[in-house]
Ligand binder design. Sequence first.
Ligand code: SAM
Length: 249
Amino acid sequence: AGSLFIVATPIGNLDDISQRVLQVLREVAWVAAEDTRHSGKLLSHFNISARFLSLHDHNEKQRAASLLQKLQAGESVALVSDAGTPLISDPGYSLVRLCRDAGVKIVPIPGPCALIAALCCAGLPTDKFHFIGFLPAKSGQRQQVLSDIPANVGTLITYEAARRVKDTLADVAVVFGDERELVLAKEISKTFEHFCHGTAQSITAWLEEDPQRCQGEMVLMIAPPADKPDDDIHPAAQKTLKLLMSELP
Ligand code: SAM
């Protein structure tokens, strides 16, 4: 049977393509792409011609079945999305699951992924993090999703649409307070790449200084809650302190 390659492509700078990506894209029988025109341009930039099939959110289930047939007939397939790693807020989950259950070999071709690129340069804790993809478009639902997240999951990472970022920052302040440390990573690997570090208020102010800053692709990261000063006090001393406090008028 053929193999299914899950191929990461650049998120901005085309020089981030790897030799292995180019080799796989040259050799496979089919390239399954979210947007065949978009990926066609990427491949022609590297002088690669391929047979494309579209695989997007609306046709994934039925396309997955026909791709499985091709794989079982011995043809290899590369899955790419418009940018970054497939399946990460992008199509491919149904296909991978179907292929896994059918015993097809699935091969990762690792590469760019916006959330990882953002996190490793943000200066926020990286030992534990929680990726929440895109938040809901409506403010009420967004606040609900944010307040349902337990406090101990580490740094929160969300993909954000430029047109919504200011509203989301306002909701972040409502749910986590004005003091919470945030980092907004913009246009990673592109000309106007920028990491803006601050609070919901200061980042909003920075965005408002120049309308251009509210455009482009962005990842918003929310630091875990700061340690409470109480945590430095021995538990036994904390208990005594509590007792004493309760005696206060
Ligand atoms: N699969 C992709 C990945 O591996 O990162 C993500 C696809 S998702 C549909 C697109 C979102 O990823 C954008 O809205 C933005 O939040 C984030 N993103 C993609 N490229 C980016 C970049 N160059 N800089 C900042 N964020 C980016």
